[in-house]
Ligand binder design. Structure first.
Ligand SMILES: *[C@@H]1O[C@H](CO)[C@@H](O)[C@H](O)[C@H]1NC(C)=O
Ligand SMILES: *[C@@H]1O[C@H](CO)[C@@H](O)[C@H](O)[C@H]1NC(C)=O
Length: 372
């Protein structure tokens, strides 16, 4: 599934680079020509020549911005990926909006690595070897909205992240702990992707998410044995697939009343306590595929907005006529448009057609016991 965060990045990248398509061609390389590495030398000589010429008024003031060696700098985007860099390069232009450092060998973020980059909007550090982050390294980044920190060697979520952050992707690190107050004063943060970390339920200190209003949270491919109790109440979308959750108990979801999408596939869920789904009345999508359920969970007919339920690859041996749809009319506001039940022991010819009376059409039901 394409992640919501990922789409945001695509959109924002295209809005950053989009205008380049409409602007007239600009000769930039000329000004970047730089013979002794400090922006002096030949370039200064050329500028002096220009000043003495007659066309001085027509020339825009030359931008004396230096592009770090090997990187490409264009229209506020500084591209330094795949260069084997062992550290963040110096001399990054201060008007940079997007800094791409992915696929390098950076092992540490030092205090002054991002000095002066107050205009930075997106920072891409994906696929490095970062295990150490100086507590003040992010302090200059007052306008940073997107931080992509996935595939590094972090063991904890760094403290002092920029309060302006909207999106944090920090999946596939070695994070075992999220300390209390990690996200303090980060009221703009909307989206956290932190899957692929060896996080257990005990790894979240009480108050770890305090102050957050995120709507999207993904902690998939971790070591959770239950739904974490202390996540932000504001979440609309929670992805906990590929964990080791064994049961959903009555109060587990009671905090997350705004949820409209819940991913619990690829766990070890045998039991969903009757009544637990009544706490998430706005749910539209429920993913429970590849678990150990032996029955359709209770409470689905009461969920007015539920449209998609994945129950394939479980141990469901019986489907009752009222498992999905309410009796009578008018209770369900939206009909289902996706129910999957294949790869269960239930004999599909024994399931009564009326079981799916509140489904938009037959094509929306995947029932046959074929294997994937
Ligand atoms: C589930 O709980 C509801 C009330 O919350 C109750 O009416 C219903 O009988 C229960 N179903 C089962 C199978 O326990
Ligand atoms: C599947 O359910 C049956 C009872 O319907 C039970 O005997 C069996 O152990 C279950 N399988 C697993 C893997 O839990």
């Amino acid at each position: 599934m394409l992640s919501h965060c990922f789409l945001l990045l695509l959109l924002s990248l295209s809005s950053l680079t989009g205008p380049s398509l409409t602007l007239p061609f600009e000769q930039r390389g000329f000004w970047d020509f730089n013979i002794d590495g400090d922006g002096g030398g030949l370039m200064t000589t050329m500028m002096r020549d220009e000043e003495e010429g007659s066309a001085v008024e027509e020339m825009p003031p030359p931008e004396v911005s230096i592009c770090p060696f090997g990187c490409h700098c264009q229209l506020h985007v500084v591209q330094c990926s795949d260069l084997g860099l062992a550290e963040v390069p110096a001399n990054i232009p201060t008007d940079t909006k997007l800094l791409d450092l992915q696929n390098n060998r950076i092992s540490e973020l030092r205090e002054n690595d991002f000095k002066g980059l107050t205009n930075l909007y997106a920072l891409v550090l994906v696929n490095n070897q970062i295990s150490k982050v100086h507590p003040r390294t992010f302090a200059p980044l007052r306008h940073l909205q997107k931080l992509y920190f996935s595939r590094n060697l972090l063991t904890t979520v760094p403290k002092n992240l920029p309060p302006s952050l909207v999106e944090l992707r920090i999946h596939d690190n070695h994070i075992k702990k999220v300390a209390e107050g990690t996200f303090e004063s980060m009221g703009s943060l909307n989206c956290i992707e932190m899957g692929g970390n060896p996080l257990q339920n005990s790894g979240f200190e009480p108050g770890a998410f305090k102050g957050l209003k995120v709507s999207y949270l993904r902690i998939s491919e971790a070591k959770l044995t239950g739904v974490p109790k202390d996540l932000p109440e504001s979440i609309h979308e929670l992805h906990l697939d590929h964990n080791q959750i064994q049961a959903i108990e009555l109060e587990d979801l009671s905090r997350y009343k705004q949820l409209y999408r819940l991913g619990l596939g690829y766990n070890k869920i045998r039991m969903i306590e009757n009544g637990s789904l009544s706490y998430v009345p706005k749910l539209r999508e429920l993913h429970l595929e590849n678990n150990l359920l032996s029955r359709v969970p209770k409470g689905l007919p009461e969920m007015k907005y539920l449209q998609v339920v994945y129950l394939h690859s479980n141990n469901i041996s019986r489907v009752g006529i009222d498992d999905f749809c309410p009796r009578g009319f008018g209770m369900k506001r939206t009909f289902y448009n996706g129910i999957s039940l294949f790869a269960n022991p239930v004999k599909y010819w024994e399931v009564q057609p009326a079981t799916f009376r509140c489904v938009t059409d037959r094509m929306a039901i995947q029932l046959g016991n074929y294997k994937k």
